[in-house]
Design a binder for this molecule. Structure first.
Ligand code: GLY
Length: 330
């Protein structure tokens, strides 16, 4: 088999795993190996509070993780949602894909049980810094209620925290967000992976687009792989990652496909008004990203790179929300 040049791209802060992932690709590793390696590095990065260990917890103070992986050669996928007690949900998602082909997604206790059966190590995910950030983000009333009730589903506590989420500034100024990694290996196989701890203070059991194939992750080896970061509810409603890949299949360039899918996504009414970003890598190694703000980037490594290069994402301008008060935009 003639080997081509491998390529790997990642959303912001996904670069922590790119050098190791590219080393694996250069050594003949598969795109799926590379995606898992890169995402495990992001999940282990305690300084990143929106993925894996160090993720900011949910409304009850518990870290719940989502992840998914999709193989562009077979369109097989594995996903997990609302997993607790495992630092590497991407490894569980890969196990679902490879070892449980009759299913594509497991959530909560079922995903944790399956991970135990696969001997995937458990580990601590809640860090002191994440607890500090979690407390800092709560109103004094919510914190008081949480401390009195341990957040045990008290109505007043739930209301105040959910009001807090609704009122919170979309976290565009902070190093936030899900991690997307898309790899093309030397044999021409594509794989897309996503990992996240989701929204801080989210309602327990909330699963975002990162675990939903077609929404936050889609990969078809004939055309390309795509993934999203940001407001998962919008990407779920719009089927954003699948829309990017459909655009590639229709002959759009990677940038046109990312921009078109993002514009459609951001045209939906949404009171929360947070960002979404799209990213894609084609079957012949072209790539692009799109965002709703200027200055957004993605990381790239090819066989010629010794370290990640950062490229700008295209910016969409028409992302005002139909049917709601728009307020200030991120
Ligand atoms: N995009 C990640 C999430 O909404 O959870």
């Amino acid at each position: 088999m003639r080997m081509g040049s491998p390529v790997i791209i990642a959303s912001e802060r996904g670069e922590v795993g790119l050098v190791e992932a590219m080393r694996a690709l250069r050594a003949g590793g598969s795109a799926m190996d590379a995606v898992e390696i890169a995402l495990r590095a992001a999940e282990a990065n305690e300084a990143d509070h929106y993925v894996g260990v160090g993720g900011i917890p949910n409304l009850l103070g518990e870290v719940e993780l989502d992840a998914s992986i999709m193989d562009g050669s077979t369109l097989a996928a594995g996903a997990v949602g609302a997993v607790t007690g495992f630092p590497h949900p991407i490894t569980i998602a890969r196990a679902v894909c490879e070892q449980l082909p009759q299913h594509a997604m497991l959530v909560g206790r079922g995903a944790e049980r399956f991970a135990d059966e696969c001997a995937i190590p458990r580990g601590t995910t809640l860090t002191e810094e994440a607890v500090r950030l979690w407390k800092e983000g709560l109103t004094p009333e919510a914190l008081d209620e949480a401390e009195r009730t341990q957040g045990a589903g008290e109505t007043a506590y739930r209301r105040s925290v959910l009001a807090r989420i609704q009122a919170m500034e979309p976290p565009h100024r902070h190093p936030w967000g899900t991690i997307n990694v898309i790899a093309l290996d030397g044999a021409g196989r594509l794989c897309t992976g996503v990992s996240t701890s989701g929204y801080p203070w989210k309602y327990p059991g909330r699963v975002g687009d990162s675990a939903v194939i077609g929404a936050g992750n889609y990969c078809d080896g004939r055309y390309g792989g795509a993934a999203c970061t940001g407001r998962g509810e919008l990407a779920i409603r719009a089927g954003t990652a699948r829309t990017v890949v459909d655009g590639l299949a229709d002959g759009l360039s990677p940038e046109e496909a990312c921009v078109t899918a993002l514009e459609r996504t951001m045209s939906l009414a949404d009171p929360f008004r947070a960002q979404v970003r799209t990213l894609c890598l084609t079957a012949d190694g072209q790539h692009a990203g799109a965002a709703t703000v200027t200055g957004a980037t993605y990381g790239l490594m090819t066989g010629d790179h010794t370290e990640p290069e950062f490229l700008p994402r295209a910016v969409i301008s028409n992302h005002f929300f139909i049917g709601v008060e728009t307020g200030s935009q991120p």
